[in-house]
Design a protein around this ligand. Structure first.
Ligand SMILES: CC(C)(COP(=O)(O)OP(=O)(O)OC[C@H]1O[C@@H](n2cnc3c(N)ncnc32)[C@H](O)[C@@H]1OP(=O)(O)O)[C@@H](O)C(=O)NCCC(=O)NCCS
Length: 159
């Protein structure tokens, strides 16, 4: 489990974590593609201000994560860190910041789909979940209905 002090240190290492928008979309798409993730449904996140981006001092995109909220449930998606920046806490910091946003938006639980990073999320408080148990908004999202095949594992956590 991530220690609070460790998280603060990591967040301080990446001061340019900020809310992204339409201007970030092209680079975010490239990062997602390089990480093997879909961009389907991403525009709605950018429009809703639920896209977070991390940029280096030279403005180069290092990481991103997106969030969709459906009443009291949030869907975390599009988490990616550029290959050269992995292993230094940025992925964890992006998730933590996104979940803070989800709580601020009134969400009490978070859901995600992942084929590649189950152990990463399990180590950060997420549990495997039954797709059929997802709240209606999550179940009706682009990720659940069309972007990810039904075999992709589902995870959830309380917020
Ligand atoms: C998952 C990802 C965002 C993690 O970013 P990161 O910046 O390396 O994450 P952190 O530095 O905060 O955490 C690194 C730790 O997570 C572990 N980890 C990273 N990716 C992992 C994975 N796919 N499965 C299991 N563990 C993973 C690392 O081994 C490391 O462990 P340690 O702390 O014990 O050394 C990054 O690996 C990535 O972009 N992967 C490709 C896209 C992807 O799978 N996204 C998730 C889809 S929902």
């Amino acid at each position: 489990m991530l220690r609070v002090g460790e998280l603060l240190r990591m967040t301080a290492t990446f001061p340019s974590l900020r809310v992204g928008g339409a201007d970030d979309l092209l680079e975010v798409e490239h990062l997602l593609q390089a990480a093997g993730l879909t961009r389907d449904g991403l525009d709605a996140c950018a429009r809703g201000g639920m896209l977070l981006v991390a940029r280096a001092d030279d403005d180069c995109l290092m990481g991103c994560v997106a969030l969709e909220t459906f009443e009291d449930a949030a869907l975390l998606r599009s988490l990616a860190v550029t290959a050269g920046a992995r292993g230094h806490g940025l992925g964890s910091a992006l998730v933590a910041r996104a979940l803070d946003q989800a709580r601020a938006a009134g969400a009490h639980e978070a859901w995600l789909l992942t084929e590649t990073a189950g152990p990463f999320f399990a180590a950060r408080g997420w549990d495997a979940a039954d797709r059929a148990a997802a709240p209606a908004g999550i179940a009706g999202s682009v990720e659940f209905t069309s972007a990810c095949p039904s075999r992709v594992p589902v995870m959830r956590r309380d917020l």
